[in-house]
Unconditional design. Sequence first.
Length: 533
Amino acid sequence: MADPIMLVSALNGNVIDIEENPPSPSFLLDAFPSKAGPPVLSPGGGVTVPPPAANQAWGVEPDPAGSGHSVVKNPGTGRCIDIVGNSVAIGAPLDAFPVKTKDNENQLWDFLPDPNGSGYFFIQNPQTGYVIEIQNGSSTKGAALVAGPRRLFDNNYQLWKSSGQTALPALTLASPGGLLQGNSQYVLLPADQTKFLTGITVRLDIIEDLVAPAFSVQINGNAPFPPPKGVSWDAQWTQLGLFMQNNSLVLFQQVWHALGPGGAKNPLESETTTSSGTVLQLQNDTVPAGTRIELTLTIDSSNSFVTGISGQAFNSSGASLAPSVAFSVIGQPNFKGGTVPESALSPLGALQVVVAGLPADGHDHVTSGMGTITIRCNPGLSAQGIFTSTPNPHGIGTAENTNCYYGQVQTGTLGQIVQPFGVPRPRVTGVPGIWTFEGAGLLPNSKLTLTGEWVQDAPGLQSGKVQPNPLAATGPDGSFSVGVDLDNGNAPFASGRLTVTFTDSGGNSATGLVLTPTGEVINVISSGSLGPP
């Protein structure tokens, strides 16, 4: 057996710890400073690394039930990291519990590498798609550990690494083949794209207020290709999903024929129409954090044709916020003055899910927000690159776009794919030294462009322009610490105001304002903006 390791947080270096002396023998888990002590130099010049404390030691072992996932076990107690009560709720606490050999979905974990190259991992439960996180991102010694949705940005309290030489069993990330943003998204395919997809659901978990005047969630699908011998489907591209406009969430549909003009007898393409029923009524263009939206494609069991979509919204406790809404493609108007019959529809053999704009303008802007997309399907799907040509020659992409980003997912054919999405929260967080700005919330590993000006309070004196800094860049978590140079050497010593804007490669920016001279109290005013889609 490999030497025990500690699992170290990227937030503050605290480690996963079994609570000692709790009010009851609960074996709850928390994040606590390492008790192992520093490495010790031996007389021969070598280095001895002290072993982990008993309640902070872990080993990673294969699932005894043979699932291919891992259990994370404390060697002293034989207990493993466990979601309390097999809960599937966001924020469920974690404990150390005896290892189960069956019905152990709440004890299974995968190690998903940080796509930004930090060397840390998300520890993800395959049943829920949730990851181990420090509750509320707290840096407090003894902060509780819970299971929560994987975040795309500002996620260092969800990232962990091994303290020892033992390599964690890392999953492989599916290559996106480009930037995962807007309408550039993975194509999801079964191992055999001629198979008819059934049981298709898409769930959105909103973990930060999603604010936008308008957007759409599109489930785009192709008919299976090649079709069975002697079969020809009118529908080759099906688009179903959710529109957000005028503070309402409604369902929509549009279905297209094969590439090229539809024949005189082809009843497609359908006009884009929306449901009369409202999935959720909103205020201030905001889908609140804690909202869960479930979208289910309606599939005729006699032929596997996709005939419509239903949707329902729930709060963080799982209570319904409004009655379920169903919307059928059948009977919708087409561009030839007729309506769509079921006979013109088809099964689906490939999917793509995007957070995009509305067809009216094609490009919409999300002011803020973050969440996860969970896709379930039978048979299972695998994530292929953005520019993967689906076997269907029609293609699967959409013209509408937005400034929303997506996270990478693992390779392999899965019955459930969980993917984070959202926009950064750009901000300047402080000025720790003369002309050095710190900030967070920009794109990871991105070059930064600096713009700004220093203006003296006294009239008629020379201002100073911010100079380029070719070394300015964000780290793997989107944070930055950047020195600022001006073309006016008087700036640090005179009374004035320095405004600097830091812009990443995606057009996201954060602005800071400093009052000079720097010997006085420095005030930082932070504002964030997001570039165009």
